[in-house]
Design a protein around this ligand. Structure first.
Ligand SMILES: [Zn+2]
Length: 246
C-alpha cells in the first residue's frame, strides 16, 4: 500500500486485538489510504470501537471521524473504568455464550437479558438498540455492528473473571436477591402459605424467607441451597458493593 504513513500506539490492554507489532505499547508505522476515518483505521487493526476510549492525534483528542494524514501520531486508549454509559438505568444484554455470567449478574440484581437460544447477531444488535442495553460478548464481529446501543468485550472466558471485569468496568448498582436468576424477572417477598405448593417437603419445613419471581413464579428461599451463590454475592459485594465507594 502506498498511502500516507502514520504511527500508531495502542494501549497495552487492547493488545489482544491487534497484530504483534502494535502490542506492548509499541509505536508502529501503519499505511493508511488517506480517505478512511480514524475509527475505521482502528477497527481495521482489529480493535472493536466499544473498547476504545480517547483517540489522540499528535497529542490532542480527536474524533473517530478524523481522517489521518501522513506523519500523524495516533494513540488509541482503552475505555476508562468505570465507564460512563449514557441513559440510565444501566441494563445489559448477553450473547448466547455468557449464560453463567448472566445468572450471576441477575443474582446481584443487575438487569440482564439473556436467551439460551442463539437468535443471531442482527437480532441481538437490534435488541440492544431497541431496549437500550449494553451488549456484552466475546465476539468481536458482533461488537462491530453499527446498530448497537452500546457494547463491551468480555475479556475472560472464566465466569469469575468475567463478573469482576463487567462490575469493575460498568459499576452497575448491585441489589442482590432482587432479580430472578432464571428469567431476569423481579422478585417480590412471598408468604410461605402462598408458595407452599411449589416447595418440596424439606424446604417447606426448613426455611422461612421466601421470594417469588413476578414473571416466571419461581420460588427462592435463603438457606443451604444457596451456599455457593451466597459466596458469589458476598465476594462481589465486598469488592464492588456500595461500601467500597463511600
Ligand atoms: Zn423468573
Amino acid at each position: 500500500m502506498n498511502g500516507p504513513e502514520i504511527h500508531v500506539h495502542v494501549a497495552p490492554e487492547l493488545g489482544l486485538f491487534v497484530p504483534r507489532s502494535f502490542r506492548d505499547g509499541a509505536w508502529a508505522p501503519l499505511a493508511v489510504d488517506g480517505v478512511s476515518t480514524l475509527g475505521h483505521v482502528v477497527e481495521s487493526l482489529g480493535v472493536p470501537l466499544t473498547e476504545v476510549g480517547a483517540l489522540l492525534v499528535d497529542g490532542a483528542e480527536a474524533a473517530a471521524a478524523h481522517i489521518p494524514a501522513a506523519g500523524e501520531r495516533v494513540e488509541v486508549r482503552a475505555v476508562t473504568r468505570p465507564q460512563e454509559v449514557p441513559g440510565a438505568p444501566l441494563r445489559f444484554l448477553l450473547d448466547v455464550h455468557l449464560g453463567t455470567l448472566a445468572r450471576r449478574m441477575r443474582l446481584l440484581g443487575v438487569d440482564t437479558a439473556y436467551e439460551a437460544v442463539d437468535i443471531g447477531d442482527p437480532a441481538l444488535a437490534a435488541r440492544s438498540a431497541a431496549e437500550r442495553r449494553v451488549l456484552l460478548s466475546r465476539d468481536r464481529g458482533l461488537l462491530r455492528r453499527r446498530e448497537l446501543w452500546a457494547g463491551g468485550y468480555v475479556y475472560s472466558d472464566r465466569p469469575d473473571d468475567q463478573l469482576r471485569d463487567v462490575l469493575g468496568r460498568f459499576a452497575p448498582e448491585l441489589r442482590p436477591w432482587t432479580r430472578c436468576a432464571a428469567c431476569n424477572g423481579t422478585l417480590s417477598e412471598a408468604r410461605k402459605e402462598d408458595v407452599a405448593d411449589r416447595l418440596q417437603g424439606g424446604t417447606r419445613a426448613g426455611y422461612d424467607v421466601f421470594a417469588q419471581c413476578d414473571r416466571c413464579a419461581r420460588v427462592y428461599w435463603r438457606g443451604a441451597h444457596h451456599d455457593r451463590l451466597e459466596t458469589v454475592v458476598a465476594a462481589a459485594m465486598a469488592e464492588f458493593g456500595p461500601s467500597t465507594s463511600l
